[in-house]
Design a protein around this ligand. Structure first.
Ligand SMILES: NC(=O)c1ccc[n+]([C@@H]2O[C@H](COP(=O)([O-])OP(=O)(O)OC[C@H]3O[C@@H](n4cnc5c(N)ncnc54)[C@H](OP(=O)(O)O)[C@@H]3O)[C@@H](O)[C@H]2O)c1
Length: 338
């Protein structure tokens, strides 16, 4: 987290006291280029739509190019003034991630914001192309690689560039399996794997933000509460008891994806949070009682690992080693520590 948090860089009101932020608070985004992963549906789609509505050039990046294209068409039909493009990105394959970064760079565009939103939850047990358990592979390792591959673009475009990564309220249940980050010993793609991927995302965000201080790039994390999307509806592995409980809870308490996406939209667009890198945007813990009126306030994650700086550095270094060894196995080059 930033050490100078009392006043925003523009000297205005402390953004931590700003509650009830909505899309209506978004300033014009004209001239900005934003990649939103997993914007073919759910909260990513609403985030992409809102940014394009405010003038940004948005790139929808997800594993099915066809779904990305129809998501882009739907956004255009809403009459946005920004440009909307679709690109294929499969976070379960390092080759696809490397190809995506190359293709994006070939377009010679700046990159103001990378929104790492894509994710999977309680899916049938499987592994990614590099042998990671699916959940940690897509949610954590895939975005770790993507962020590093696009870092030069973000730095070149800054100051003021941002990375925004999607966590979850399940971060609270997460822990780091230091002897098996890849999930080689996992027996399922369950709640443990999901929760771990999400606390690892928060730790990565905070370590990266610390390393990037003074570079013109800031990094934020978000969590939306419980939301009615395909993720915890039709995409769940309904053979699991946990999936059915989550499905039921979402039907009863889940929020609309549009409103829930404010937690991504704000760190992706609000200039008043400049200088607050490392912050976490989330509804209040008593979010059901609070009627979810405030989805984009700045709060603290519940898990103590989110405040353990030594653990962030250890995780970052271990992850970098693993990612580079997987890249080398496939002849895909390497990434450098930030
Ligand atoms: N819904 C909730 O209650 C909730 C709560 C906390 C956090 N979250 C987080 O919010 C984020 C967005 O989820 P959502 O609820 O909006 O669900 P969603 O509608 O299922 O969106 C997930 C997106 O991720 C994409 N995706 C999945 N696997 C991918 C891969 N291998 N490569 C590239 N893209 C991939 C999906 O593409 P496809 O259409 O191809 O599957 C989809 O566009 C996730 O990170 C999730 O963990 C959700």
């Amino acid at each position: 987290m930033s050490s100078s948090r009392s006043v925003g860089s523009n000297g205005s009101v402390d953004p931590r006291s700003k509650h009830f932020w909505t899309t209506r608070d978004m300033p014009p985004q004209d001239g900005k280029v934003v990649i939103v992963t997993g914007a073919s549906s759910g909260m990513g789609w609403y985030c992409a739509q809102a940014l394009a509505e405010h003038g940004a050039h948005v790139i929808i990046a997800a594993r099915s190019l066809e779904r990305c294209q129809s998501a882009a068409s739907l956004i255009k039909e809403t009459g946005v003034r920004g440009k909307v493009d679709a690109m294929h990105l499969d976070l379960s394959s390092f080759r696809s991630i490397v190809d995506f970064a190359k293709e994006f760079k070939a377009r010679k565009l700046p990159l103001h914001t990378l929104v790492n939103n894509a994710g999977v939850f309680l899916v049938p047990f499987d592994h990614t192309q590099e042998g990671f358990e699916t959940t940690v592979g897509i949610n954590y390792f895939g975005h770790f690689l993507l962020t590093h591959l696009l870092m030069d673009k973000l730095k070149e475009t800054g100051p003021g560039s941002r990375v925004v990564s999607m966590a979850s309220l399940f971060e609270l249940l997460g822990s780091v399996n230091w002897s098996d980050l890849e999930g080689k010993s996992a027996k399922e793609s369950g709640l443990f794997e999901y929760s771990s991927s999400k606390i690892e995302i928060i730790m990565f965000v905070r370590e990266l933000n610390k390393r990037l201080r003074g570079s013109g790039v800031e990094v934020f994390a978000s969590q939306p509460g419980l939301v009615q999307t395909q993720l915890n509806g039709r995409k769940l592995d309904h053979g699991k008891l946990t999936s059915n409980l989550v499905d039921l809870a979402t039907r009863v308490y889940g929020q609309r994806a549009e409103k829930a996406s404010y937690c991504l939209q704000r760190p992706a667009s609000d200039p008043t949070v400049d200088g607050y890198g490392g912050s976490y945007f989330s509804p209040p813990w008593l979010w059901i009682l609070a009627l979810n009126l405030d989805h984009a306030g700045m709060r603290e994650p519940g898990n103590s690992l989110a405040r353990d700086e030594a653990a962030w550095a250890r995780l970052y270094n271990q992850t970098l080693l693993i990612v580079n060894s997987k890249l080398a196995e496939k002849g895909l080059g390497s990434i450098e520590a930030v």
